[in-house]
Design a protein around this ligand. Structure first.
Ligand code: GDP
Ligand code: IMO
Ligand code: MG
Length: 418
């Protein structure tokens, strides 16, 4: 039995949902441990598209799905997701999970508006303000959502404090009255009470029993609150180490740590992007790759594959392998560029700089590769065009890591497992 961590190696939307669904077949438990419904994970099975924001992507394989303490949970979003699934869902929510309240969404949007041009470009889902409350020790947790008395007390203090900030700092309104919020969230708490369970304990026991646990990361490495392109990051840790603190398990070796790597690069929201393609070519790849946000529908910024980013990602996460996705999207291009290093003034840069000013002055150094024509029908690596095989081989060699999964289409079956 092997436990596996699936992590976004770039800036999110690498295709984590697809890979998790694929691997979930052999998993006993599938666990979400970071972020909230800022995530949007897509699974396509027999032409049917599922979009998950909170529910682990193992849901279609009817696996036990767990939402760990590290999650920021919007119960309205989860309710909608549960309602859309025909599958029988075996769901467990940790009592320590932080709850996104309506004032978190209001604050997220008010803060972004106030920042004007300097905005982060958040998903507006209230995730940042919810985690800020966790750090300030004023958050509302799942164990309080399911307990009417405690919920009333928490909303009582939370509401007034947030109303003052919204009104006095941002000139914004509370989205609903205290009574309305209590009535809505109390009902949600009652509805979700049956999902209450200690995820930390369940996962610890499962690992002890040698069960196969699949950890589903959200976001991507460079949106990490510490190691990403701060402040253009999210408020949690999308890096592999976060499974230990996000789930509440002891630090131990995990057999497979898979970095999900898109065959090119995308990013949603603001922040530096060294290999960004603006203009016609960027538009072409965006259209071909359907690069529009799963959560917000925003167009994703598009650029060439960046090996500086990926080398840093491998180091930060300790990947044991990568899954290369969306290779098919590169079809039909005359040539394909891969960024092998950055140039900053006269210096060659191999690791992502922490200083954003320095990063934004870095210029990409490219290796040019020949283009290829392919569709999504190949069932083995050898069936791919030679140039596509060479592209994968070049990336593997430069990164010193194997791409054991190569994805050539959104569907579950459009995957080459090597
Ligand atoms: P996640 O957030 O990492 O789970 O990724 P998203 O679901 O937000 O975005 C990935 C998008 O690419 C989704 O629409 C997937 O259905 C799609 N996708 C995943 N793998 C492939 C692939 O190999 N080829 C193509 N063409 N699309 C893919
Ligand atoms: P998945 O799991 C891509 C980005 C936002 C913004 C920044 C902060 O689908 O890969 P936030 O709402 O988290 O405060 O926004 O992080 N972001 C994502 N970008 N994929 C995601 O998730 C993202 N989750 C957050 O666009 O730039
Ligand atoms: Mg996504």
């Amino acid at each position: 039995m092997t436990s596996t961590i699936v992590i976004g190696a770039q800036w999110g939307d690498e295709g984590k949902g697809k890979v998790v669904d694929l691997l979930a077949k052999d998993a006993d438990l599938v666990v979400r441990f970071n972020g909230g419904n800022n995530a949007g994970h897509t699974v396509v099975v027999q032409g049917k598209k599922y979009k998950f924001h909170l529910m682990p992507s193992g849901a279609i394989q009817e696996k036990k799905c767990l939402v760990a303490a590290g999650i920021a949970l919007d119960p309205n979003v989860l309710k909608k997701e549960l309602g859309q699934l025909e599958q029988e869902i075996d769901l467990v929510i940790d009592p320590r999970t932080q709850i996104i309240m309506p004032w978190h969404n209001a604050l997220d949007n008010a803060k972004e508006t106030a920042k004007g041009k300097g905005k982060i470009g958040t998903t507006g889902r209230g995730v940042g303000p919810c985690y800020a409350d966790r750090a300030s020790r004023t958050g509302i947790r799942f164990c309080e959502l399911v307990d009417s008395e405690k919920l009333k007390e928490k909303i009582g203090t939370g509401f007034e404090a947030k109303e003052k900030i919204l009104k006095n700092v941002y000139g914004a309104e509370m989205p609903a009255s205290k009574e309305e919020i209590f009535a809505e969230y109390n009902a949600l708490g009652k509805e979700f009470a049956s999902y209450y369970g200690d995820v930390s304990l369940k996962v610890s026991n499962a690992l002890k029993e040698g069960k196969n646990v699949l950890f589903e990361g959200a976001q991507g490495t460079f949106l990490d609150n510490d190691f990403g392109t701060y402040p253009y990051v999210t408020s949690s840790h999308p890096t592999a180490g976060a499974i230990f603190t996000g789930v509440g398990i002891g630090v131990r070796p995990i057999e497979r740590i898979i970095g999900i790597v898109k065959a090119y690069t995308t990013r949603v929201g603001e922040g530096p992007f060294v290999t960004e393609l603006e203009g016609k070519l960027g538009d072409e790849i965006r259209e071909k790759g359907k690069e529009f946000g799963t959560t917000t529908g925003r167009p994703r910024r598009v650029g060439w594959l960046d090996l500086v980013l990926l080398k840093t990602s491998i180091r930060l996460n300790g990947f044991t392998e990568i899954a290369l996705t969306k290779l098919d999207v590169l079809t039909g291009l005359e040539k394909i560029m891969v960024c092998t290093e950055y140039k900053w003034e006269r210096e060659k840069i191999q690791e992502l700089p922490a200083d954003l000013e320095k990063l934004s002055k870095c210029k990409p150094v490219y290796k040019e590769m020949p283009g290829f024509e392919m569709d999504s029908s190949a069932t083995s690596f050898g069936q791919l065009p030679k140039e596509a095989q060479d592209y994968v081989a070049f990336v593997e060699k430069e990164l010193g890591i194997e791409a054991k999964i190569v994805s050539i289409g959104p569907g579950r079956e459009e995957t080459i497992v090597r």
